[in-house]
Design a protein around this ligand. Structure first.
Ligand SMILES: Cc1cc2nc3c(=O)[nH]c(=O)nc-3n(C[C@H](O)[C@H](O)[C@H](O)COP(=O)(O)O)c2cc1C
Length: 237
């Protein structure tokens, strides 16, 4: 039985996973592992949100213990970091982040993140940058996102519109949280790259859809591995 099958079996059958080595000789009962997708386009429910949703759906199918949540920042008021505020006190900025976004990312059942951004002039959107800056509140006093798998989705109107650059920018920012950056399965090794060539119907980009699914699967698999292996960050009962 390979490790993946072992994990699936342990998680599905009663949810109890007994780890073999002395160092991990313990039984953890895992209730759920939540993968959160963040869509960082100001256009709510459009191509970036759809692409992240497709990745989440694929993640959910990996194991019944995986739950998913999509947070669409479109239409929300998310400011970048405000000068003078102290990292760790994001509540000082009165926008939608502390209520609509932060609690989901601070919850102990968070298993991983999928962050999506449109390509704007070969860069992430300003909304995405603002979101990433606000994650500073999750770094102190403790690195709450440390060791969580993070995958990135990028959408552009052009086939080579900067999607891989956007992915790299977001991955680089997330490394400041000591996350585990993951790509997708073959043909999506860097992450999900989508081409909005069909008048906002991103589901017609078959190649891009495939990359989104493969990213979702990889994030879910990594979350399962890390949840079981890392004592102290898993939700045990
Ligand atoms: C200001 C701006 C700049 C853009 N720059 C690029 C670009 O450099 N490369 C690209 O492929 N698409 C570019 N686009 C197109 C968007 O990335 C594309 O329409 C994407 O699907 C939008 O995501 P959404 O549907 O989630 O809003 C740009 C769009 C805007 C509004």
């Amino acid at each position: 039985m390979n490790r993946r099958k072992f994990l699936e079996k342990g998680l599905v059958l009663g949810g109890a996973v007994t780890l073999g080595t002395a160092a991990r000789a313990e039984t953890q009962t895992i209730n759920k592992i939540r993968i959160v997708g963040i869509s960082c386009s100001p256009r709510k429910g459009k191509t970036t949100a759809t692409s992240v949703k497709i990745a989440l759906e694929a993640a959910q199918k990996v194991n019944p213990k995986i739950e998913t949540e999509l947070i669409d920042l479109g239409g929300m008021d998310i400011s970048g970091w405000a000068g003078g505020a102290t990292p760790g006190t994001s509540q000082e900025i009165m926008d939608d982040f502390p209520i609509e976004v932060e609690p989901s990312l601070m919850a102990p059942d968070l298993g991983g993140l999928i962050i999506g951004s449109p390509s704007y002039f070969r860069s992430m959107s300003s909304l995405c940058k603002a979101f990433l800056e606000r994650l500073a509140s999750l770094r102190k006093p403790k690195l709450l996102l440390a060791d969580k798998p993070v995958g990135v989705v990028a959408v552009g109107a052009y086939r080579n519109g900067g999607q891989e650059l956007v992915i790299e920018q977001i991955q680089t920012a997330m490394l400041c949280h000591e996350v585990m950056v993951v790509g997708g399965k073959p043909r999506a090794h860097q992450g999900a790259t989508l081409w909005n060539a069909y008048n906002d119907d991103i589901t017609k980009d078959e190649f891009g859809m495939d990359t989104a699914r493969k990213l979702g699967i990889r994030v879910a698999e990594a979350a399962l591995e890390l949840f079981v292996n890392k004592k102290g960050t898993s939700q045990s009962t």
